[in-house]
Design a binder for this molecule. Structure first.
Ligand code: NAP
Ligand code: GDD
Length: 327
């Protein structure tokens, strides 16, 4: 039975990945941070097969202990401060967790991996946010980075460290440059979930307005359930490498609004949506669109859920969730 250690197990991708690896027969350990982390009970209720290990990406010795305890074949490093807006107000914390956390994990694997017969394979959750003020359209594995947030800068650091440890020490470490991926498990702080949950609440008469920031930004949005398969595929290859994972389409936030309000039968989104200065960022990533042809060619990966289906999935889910909460 292959064994996986997932950091960020309580997050959106951690849950999708655990669900997917379970279908592949993996024994799954999730690194959980904090004292009495409130997300853990819900996680274990939904996925009773997950085994919890305590640790934190800011604490090197806890990572070493987790690796020694679990003896994983594969490590998926998904843990991060992942909310770009928060990275502007807590830049040092973001750099420590999202950036230095990767280095700590690589070092821990180098140390503990040397004690194992079979080398540990590692997946690093890199991000399209690294492209920032994009240098070319679409973005590929070769496109230069120009991050626009402390989060983006931290991810560039983690990305280069992953490549460097692979080249310097022969670690089997892959970096997946994933474009935005969403779904019913998305955190409420991200724009897609903020929209789908607000649409549901407006439909049910629980809310009358939705306040957002910049509506002109464009994102390449895919479904998280499709993207975690690419993470796994990367670690099954004979040689470690880096891959862009994206849909190749870009949509403005207004298009997401249009489909979401239509899906709930609410008509024109302009009747409900306003803007508030607090949701604008000091620097913005205006446009992202990825070219995943390398992943399609070498991994055989392809997205299954398209943009309209993704929006509909999220709105329908939130209509159910909000209706249950309102009872
Ligand atoms: P998420 O829902 O925000 O989850 C982040 C996870 O990181 C949570 O489980 C959180 O644990 C954990 N974490 C935070 N600080 C930690 C620390 N100090 N030590 C250990 N774990 C810590 O993020 P996601 O959307 O699943 O994304 C997963 C990864 O992919 C992240 O690295 C993100 O930056 C990257 N990424 C995401 C996307 C996307 O569109 N979703 C795209 C590209 C890259 P608690 O909440 O329990 O504290
Ligand atoms: N969150 C949020 N809330 N974003 C808003 C709002 C709002 O009220 N109004 C407009 N936006 C705009 C943001 O300014 C940004 O341009 C866009 O919506 C998307 O914001 P998020 O959903 O917060 O995602 P992100 O693109 O900044 O970051 C996500 O994707 C990255 C991959 O490119 C996160 O998941 C990152 O962790 C991930 O790396």
């Amino acid at each position: 039975m292959p064994r996986a250690l997932i950091t960020g197990i309580t997050g959106q991708d951690g849950q999708h990945l655990a669900e997917f690896l379970h279908t592949k027969g993996y024994e799954i350990y999730g690194l959980v941070k904090g004292q009495n982390n409130p997300k853990v009970a819900a996680l274990l209720a939904e996925f009773p097969f997950i085994k919890v290990v305590h640790g934190d990406l800011t604490d090197f010795s806890s990572l070493v202990a987790a690796l020694r305890q679990v003896e994983p074949d594969e490590v998926y490093n998904l843990g991060a401060i992942s909310f770009v807006a928060m990275s502007f107000t807590q830049a040092e914390l973001t750099s420590n967790v999202t950036g230095l956390g990767v280095l700590r994990m690589l070092e821990a694997i180098r140390l503990v991996g040397g004690e194992k017969k079979n080398p540990i394979r590692m997946y690093q959750a890199s991000s399209s946010e690294m492209y920032g003020k994009v240098r070319e359209i679409p973005q590929t594995e070769m496109t230069a980075f120009h991050p626009r947030s402390p989060y983006g800068v931290a991810k560039v650091f983690g990305h280069h460290m992953t490549v460097n440890y692979r080249e310097s020490y022969g670690l089997f470490a892959c970096s997946g440059i994933l474009f935005n991926h969403e779904g019913p498990r998305r955190g409420y702080e991200f724009v897609t979930r903020k929209i789908s949950s607000s649409v549901a609440r407006i439909k049910l008469g629980l809310q009358d307005k939705l306040l957002l920031g910049n509506l002109a930004a464009k994102r390449d949005w895919g479904y998280a359930g499709d993207y975690v398969k690419a993470m796994w595929l990367m670690l099954q290859q004979p040689i470690a490498d880096d891959f862009v994972i994206a849909t190749g389409e870009t949509h403005e936030i207004t298009e997401f609004l249009e489909l979401a309000f239509q899906c709930a039968g609410l008509g024109d989104w302009r009747n409900f949506v306003g803007q508030d200065a607090q949701y604008f960022r000091p620097a913005e990533v205006d446009l992202l669109v990825g070219d995943a042809s390398k992943a399609e060619r070498q991994l055989g990966w392809k997205r299954e859920v398209d943009f309209p289906a993704l929006v509909e999935m999220m709105v329908r889910h939130d209509l159910d969730v909000e209706a249950k909460r309102a009872k």
